[in-house]
Unconditional design. Structure first.
Length: 206
């Protein structure tokens, strides 16, 4: 009799170890198969991907929301459903420019949704002659906000190319989707007429 009980116990343990658990279904297809919502209120234990190969392309980003009610709703990001990625790289080439001036080019990126940065800027073409007092003017490369979109300025504000000269600009715009990043408040610093000083540390970086 004790041997029979031991045999039954081992069989039950084996069944429990290798069984599949289904929540909200009768025929689970994985060790844990949930048909419905998932809520994790403590910690989501995750594994690390050590290497990504050419065949590892179908990724989904699993995340735990801290602003759900109650806290801990699990959701995912499917890159196939996105029109833009968290960080986007866009190359631009500007040519056939009047003098050397891009005074205000509307890039048509919504300032409420994106942050824009300039990278890999190239000036290709004739040099700008120096002005009075051997000045080279004030060459500017910047993006700025106007009418709720990002705009681009690239030019020398005081000097222009001669009419017979030409120039071309090439640059890369790095476009950040604001929904993936925290926007910190503006830090205002009065340097009291000095060229050196220090600022306060940014808040809420955690």
């Amino acid at each position: 009799m004790p041997k029979l009980l031991l045999y039954i116990t081992l069989c039950l343990c084996s069944f429990v170890t290798y069984s599949q658990v289904g929540i909200g279904m009768t025929n689970p297809e994985a060790d844990l198969h949930i048909n419905g919502d998932m809520l994790i209120q403590k910690e989501l234990i995750r594994s690390q991907i050590d290497e990504v190969t050419a065949t590892d392309e179908e990724f989904k980003l699993l995340t735990r929301l801290t602003n759900s009610t109650p806290i801990g709703e699990v959701t995912y990001l499917d890159p196939d459903d996105l029109t833009v990625a968290p960080i986007n790289i866009v190359n631009y080439r500007f040519f056939n420019i009047n003098s050397d001036n891009l005074e205000n080019v509307d890039l048509q990126y919504d300032t409420g949704k994106y942050v824009i940065a300039i990278s890999n800027f190239q000036y290709i073409g004739d040099g700008i002659d120096k002005g009075p007092s051997n000045s080279i003017g004030a060459f500017v490369t910047r993006v700025f906000q106007e009418n709720n979109t990002w705009h681009l300025e690239i030019r020398n504000r005081f000097l222009d190319l001669a009419a017979t000269k030409s120039v071309e600009y090439r640059l890369t715009l790095i476009v950040y989707d604001k929904s993936y990043y925290k926007e910190l408040p503006t830090i205002r610093v009065d340097l009291e007429g000095n060229n050196t000083g220090s600022t306060s540390a940014p808040e809420n970086l955690n």
